[in-house]
Design a protein around this ligand. Structure first.
Ligand code: PEP
Ligand code: MG
Length: 588
């Protein structure tokens, strides 16, 4: 650990905002467990001691659950049902009892070994959701061990004043107890977007960065640090200059946030009266409140695969229907665009058979999967069409790369609708069915696709990776992942023109639309809708409301003539850089 040298590390920003303060380093609390022999005569009492610790843990978790329910509602409290399930899990509990009896070893020793094994296998799973759930298992393990050893929990309760919490990982129970008055921000070595700590941080408005790999090795207790949840950067021992930069950014964000309250109810329209539909993206059902609260005009992308990945089996039609219906009802009369499952790529579920391939992003993904597993596709479509009976649901297919795929998917939609009508189920016969444009072949044939679909939503995240041949998740070539590459601009232009020539609307639901530079350029290109993360939505609306459509159109025409991304970005900044605060520009 260095004393004064500034060190900057980058991870995944999961909750925006800037926090500056002293580090509270949460120790990587490994409870010390000894291996002891248990004589035959003491086995029964050892099992009893173990079951008592499990019961005590259940009560503790129950108390946290109730407190959380009161504070934040059932949606958040439900997270602890996973903990309670583990405490009732046969594999963990029965096997521990069996092992105490058969091996004659102490409860904490065998329980730790069994549960660590379960958590390890979850952690190495290719399923992101399961990997994140490994934290729940470890959390429960720690609690049971502490109760067996009758240790008091250390950790967050020791934080006296306001601090930045830096931890290897943050168990959901710890994240749930996070007091915003004390914890200014947090950063962890591990974790992903769907980890519960990230969900909690977002819900409480605490800036957070996860997936930093070794931030606990770099940061020292009591050192000054900065957590920038928007860019995913953490700076330890910032220089005076860096500190001044982030202080300014923090104040700007705070002042800006105050103003944003007013903008939520205002229309998304340019100074010269050009309206742009501004919607929110969502991944998990609990994202809905944040999306609505951001002032979104609807949900422009609901990534349903996360619901599938959250299960260890296929969700039934009824389960899906309930999920989609509750979202459609919550946003009514606004619209939700439900994207059919986009598994494959970087999202796998072993029960779906989407195991790792040598080129997963070029493999069995999106609509390719759905058309081959037609029964799964039909079940999902039935649930979507039923949920859309009131007319505020649209369907969208991901990863379309050929017209035949669209035709087949449309035909299946027609059959499913007919079947539902025959069964007497309420459906909206005019449900709009659109496609994501996210492969170069879809762009190049957009003229053909536009004739057989109701709308386009451009997935810039994938379109950039496929067009530039740059893996979107590979940090080694991250500098080549360039939304303003002239090839991307031409692809966007081609798609927008094809849509409009065929009288359909075109939106953008990739991250490019969530960057102010990108958003203004896309509006200038004629994009009708932007669907962005709810966190950035008010800022994007601010940028749109301060720009002139006539100028944005001219800007788009101008940058299409330029030869490099640097020139493009320079031109956008020069012409409309004053339409949004500079601190909003981050890497996209
Ligand atoms: C995209 O590719 O831009 C997109 C929105 O879809 P996803 O990020 O889920 O691949
Ligand atoms: Mg995509």
């Amino acid at each position: 650990m260095s004393e004064e040298k500034e060190i900057s590390v980058s991870g995944i920003g999961v909750s925006p905002g800037v926090a500056i303060g002293k580090v509270f380093l949460l120790p990587r609390e490994e409870v010390v467990v000894e291996e002891r022999k248990i004589s035959k005569s003491r086995v029964a009492s050892e099992v009893k001691r173990f079951l008592a610790a499990v019961e005590k843990t259940k009560k503790e978790v129950g108390r946290i659950r109730s407190a959380l329910k009161e504070e934040m509602g059932e949606e958040y409290a439900k997270i602890f049902d996973a903990h309670l399930m583990i405490l009732e899990d046969e594999l963990a509990i029965e096997n521990t009892i069996k092992a105490i009896r058969q091996k004659g070893k102490n409860a904490e020793y065998v329980f730790r070994a069994i549960v660590s094994k379960i958590a390890d296998s979850m952690e190495t799973s290719s399923n992101e959701y399961l990997r994140d759930r490994a934290l729940d298992v470890r959390d429960v393990k720690k609690r049971v061990l502490r109760n067996l050893l009758e240790e008091k929990g250390v950790g967050l309760s020791r934080i006296g004043g306001k601090a930045l919490l830096i931890a290897h990982d943050l168990a959901p129970s710890e994240a749930a107890l996070m007091d915003k008055a004390k914890i200014l921000g947090f950063a962890t070595d591990v974790g992903g977007r769907t980890s519960h700590a990230a969900i909690m941080a977002r819900a409480r408005g605490i800036p957070a960065v996860v997936g930093l790999k070794n931030v606990t090795k770099i940061a020292g207790m009591g050192e000054t640090a900065v957590i920038d949840g928007s860019t995913g950067k953490v700076v330890i021992n910032p220089s005076q200059k860096t500190l001044r930069f982030y202080e300014k950014k923090r104040k700007q964000i705070m002042a800006h946030e105050k103003d944003l309250g007013d903008i939520k109810s205002l229309p998304s329209v340019t100074v010269d009266g050009h309206g742009v539909e501004l919607s929110a993206n969502m991944e998990l059902p609990e994202d809905i409140e944040g999306a609505i609260g951001s002032g979104a005009q609807g949900i422009g992308l609901y990534r349903t695969e996360f619901f599938y990945l959250a299960q260890s089996r296929l969700p039934t039609e009824e389960e899906q229907y309930e999920n989609y219906r509750s979202i459609a009802e919550r946003v009514y009369p606004k619209t939700v665009i439900i994207r059919t499952v986009d598994v494959g790529g970087d999202k796998f579920a072993s029960y779906l058979g989407t195991n790792k391939e040598s080129n997963p992003f070029l493999g069995w993904r999106g609509i390719r999967f759905s058309l081959q597993r037609e029964e799964i596709f039909r079940t999902q479509l039935r649930a979507i069409f039923r949920a859309g009976a009131k007319g505020n649901v649209k369907v969208m297919f991901p990863m379309v790369s050929a017209l035949e795929e669209l035709r087949r998917a449309n035909a299946i939609c027609g059959e499913v609708k007919e079947e539902l009508i025959k069964e007497g189920k309420a459906v909206n016969a005019d449900t709009e069915i659109g496609i994501m444009v996210e492969t170069p072949s879809a762009v190049i044939t957009s003229e053909l696709l536009a004739k057989e679909t109701d709308f386009f939503s451009i997935g810039t995240n994938d379109l950039i990776q496929y067009t530039l041949a740059v893996d979107r998740g590979n940090e080694r070539i991250a500098q080549l992942y360039e939304p303003f590459h002239p090839a991307i601009l031409r692809a966007l232009k081609m798609t927008v023109d094809a849509a409009h020539a065929n009288h359909i609307w075109v939106g953008v639901c990739g991250e490019m639309g969530g960057d102010p530079l990108g958003a203004l350029l896309l509006v200038g290109m004629g994009v009708d809708e932007l669907s962005v993360s709810p966190f950035v939505l008010p800022e994007i609306k601010t940028a749109i409301r301060s720009a002139k459509y006539s100028e944005l159109k001219e800007l788009a025409e101008h940058v299409l003539l330029l030869s490099t991304a640097t020139e493009v970005k320079g031109a956008i900044l020069e012409r409309v850089g004053d339409k949004f605060p500079q601190f909003l520009i981050c890497n996209i």
